[in-house]
Design a binder for this molecule. Structure first.
Ligand code: NAD
Ligand code: ZN
Length: 357
């Protein structure tokens, strides 16, 4: 038995207003004549947060379009443009939800690795460390701030660049930045964390390390979405730590059925990660009975609409594409259903599940 020896984020600062320390945090990372590049979620264009970014010298803000989840083509273009404009850069700082943070991780890696980011979709394919990278979440739930992956949609698949070079060198967890996120978005991204917990805690890969973080993250999600009657600053504090702990939980285990199925939706229909997971979770009683019951309670309590019937009218070929993408996520299925998962999750069974969504 060999145990995973995984790379973690090197530096973490947590606290309301910790964003104000960014200038000092970046100072030792600056190399002469090489700027810091801030990849900022386009939502913040013209918003006060953009004005608080500590620009020095040739530093540049790029407002990234996260209308669609990150694509390998977009990552390659961002990296290529930066190489042409600056040659080398001191680092990339991703400010935003999971999409902007993933873009920052991937662009950092593509500044120093040849070819296309699509060449590195998979496990441990990245050859060289990227440039310095920092992540600053403005939504809580994905765990992208702590994970060793950056999820990209490529020409043939939606799959992360999973590697020891992928985790951030620094994260700044400032719950103030998530204040006023729209309730629906906050719920979908928050449920990503809740679902990470259920999938990790109910999975066959579970060990005490994952369990300790998963239980804490689950408890924080329950405080925020089950117990409380209104959203307050403490909720932002708690959900940010839930996201962190949920991410740490899956670092040593895996996600499961909801993610495996939702990846198919996302690949074919462009369904976004958070909402896609919710659409699938709504129909997973067979796999996660207690989690799905509580999920439905949270949906109702927080007055969220989960779309239905999104697979209506799809062709056999389209169903097959989703099934191929989904069944390709082997570690997820193995975590969820055990070593013999292929006997349980047949193409026919998965098709019936997709038809329900
Ligand atoms: P997101 O980053 O896609 O953003 C969703 C929307 O919220 C966007 O319109 C964005 O502009 C907006 N937004 C962001 N912050 C806001 C704020 N403070 N106020 C108002 N609007 C705001 O959403 P997400 O759910 O955080 O991330 C999903 C992405 O994360 C997907 O691309 C998914 O693949 C990825 N992901 C990555 C990992 C990982 O480990 N790397 C894990 C899970 C998900
Ligand atoms: Zn997720």
């Amino acid at each position: 038995m060999s145990f995973r020896n995984f790379k973690m984020v090197s530096y973490v600062v947590y606290g309301r207003g910790s964003f104000n320390q960014l200038d000092g945090i970046l100072a030792p990372q600056r190399k002469a004549d090489a700027p810091m590049v801030f990849l900022v979620d386009h939502f913040f264009e013209g918003k006060p947060l953009a004005g608080r970014i500590p620009l020095r010298g040739k530093d540049k803000i790029v407002f990234v379009d996260v209308t669609y989840e990150p694509k390998t083509t977009y990552v390659d273009k961002l990296a290529q443009d930066l190489k042409e404009e600056f040659g080398t850069i001191s680092g990339v700082i991703g400010i935003g939800g999971g999409s902007a943070m993933d873009l920052a991780k991937a662009v950092s890696l593509m500044m120093t690795n040849p070819g296309s980011s699509a060449d590195y979709q998979g496990w441990d394919l990245v050859k060289n460390p990227g440039v310095y990278k920092a992540g600053i979440p403005t939504l809580s739930g994905t765990g992208a701030e702590v994970s060793r992956t950056t999820v990209l949609t490529g020409p043939t698949r939606k799959l992360g660049m999973n590697s020891d070079f992928t985790p951030f060198d620094q994260i700044v967890l400032d719950p103030e930045l998530t204040k006023n996120a729209p309730a629906n978005q906050r719920f979908y991204t928050g449920m990503d964390c809740y679902i990470h917990c259920i999938e990790s805690l109910e999975g066959t890969y579970l060990n005490e390390f994952s369990k300790s973080y998963g239980e804490k993250a689950l408890q924080l999600c329950q405080k925020v979405f089950v117990e409380k009657d209104h959203w307050d600053d403490e909720s932002d504090d708690q959900l940010m730590m839930a996201s962190y702990a949920g991410g740490m939980s899956i670092a040593y285990s895996q996600v499961g059925v909801a993610h495996a199925v939702s990846y198919g939706l996302s690949y074919l229909l462009g369904t976004k990660h958070g909402i896609g997971n919710c659409i699938v979770m709504n129909h997973l009683e067979e796999y996660y009975p207690a989690g799905v019951k509580e999920f439905k309670f949270m949906v109702e309590k927080n007055r969220i609409e989960i779309p239905q019937g999104i697979c209506k009218g799809l062709t056999d070929e389209q169903f097959d594409t989703m099934i191929d993408v989904s069944l390709g996520m082997k570690p997820l299925w193995e975590n969820a259903l055990g070593k013999d998962w292929e006997k349980t999750m047949t193409r026919e069974k998965l098709r019936l599940l997709y038809e329900k969504l």
